[in-house]
Ligand binder design. Structure first.
Ligand code: HEM
Length: 215
């Protein structure tokens, strides 16, 4: 049988392409989106990572999710620095989640509280994506809006504690392969990963409705 890391990757491949080629991502990568749209996107990520990371401490001792919890992945402090740069020091006062973001964050929180396997699905979908395609987004954001390289505005994409992302991803896939759940639960985790992608795509759709381009 294929390894679990390979299974989850293959199972989400099609949805990964949907996310990558979504109108919002295409506009962002094409350098056509204004910095306001980028700030709005960064703000949505704050809600998702708040849900993902506020339960991380408790999950660190969980036999299924625990091995995945690594301090060098935590993104909330970086997101908060980016938001301060993008929106000013009063950014918290105007913070608002799109309905699609609310739904995504609620689902992550529910998994964090009740279902460690589901939490792993969300963890994988976000952090492995951020370590991969996130680097392409960072490069584009630096060029489009003139942020300092790896500086304020794009710190979310910079994993200071991960010296070698390729090696990190390899060891992450090994963790996936040794996840302590049975085959049925693995299928459920894969289904949750697909749901995680769908929740991301829904946020992109809402963002592209809020920031339609005339170009
Ligand atoms: C324009 C946007 C995106 C680009 C250009 C992109 C690009 C990439 C690339 C090149 C890889 C392969 C890295 C490797 O093999 O090591 C990758 C992997 C991945 N991406 Fe994306 N991505 C994008 C959006 C997303 C989104 C929105 C998500 C989900 C929230 C996501 C989740 C993932 C995951 C989970 C992996 C790891 C697959 C695996 O090896 O198991 N990506 N991405």
């Amino acid at each position: 049988m294929e390894s679990f890391a390979a299974l989850i990757r293959t199972a989400s491949h099609e949805q990964h392409m949907d996310a990558e080629t979504s109108t919002f991502m295409t506009d962002l990568l094409g350098g056509r989106l204004g910095v306001t749209g980028y700030a709005r996107y960064t703000e949505q990520l704050w809600f998702v990572y708040e849900a993902l990371e506020s339960g991380a401490g408790r999950l660190a001792v969980d036999p299924v999710a625990g091995p995945f919890i690594r301090p060098e992945l935590l993104r909330l402090p970086a997101l908060e620095r980016d938001l301060t740069h993008l929106r000013g020091t009063g950014w918290r006062a105007t913070l608002s989640a799109l309905p699609a973001t609310r739904a995504y964050a609620d689902r992550v929180r529910a998994c964090a509280e009740r279902w460690p396997g589901g939490y792993v699905a969300h963890h994988y979908t976000r952090y492995l994506g951020d370590l991969s395609g996130g680097q392409i987004i960072r490069d584009r954001a630096e060029k489009t809006w003139g942020f300092a390289k790896r500086g304020d505005g794009v710190r979310f994409y910079v994993f200071e504690g991960v010296a070698n992302p390729a090696a990190f991803k390899r060891s992450y896939r090994e963790l996936l392969d040794s996840i302590r759940v049975d085959d049925l639960e693995k299928q459920r985790v894969i289904a949750e990963c697909k749901r995680a992608f769908a929740l991301n795509t829904a946020v992109f759709r809402a963002l592209s409705e809020e920031f339609p381009l005339s170009a």
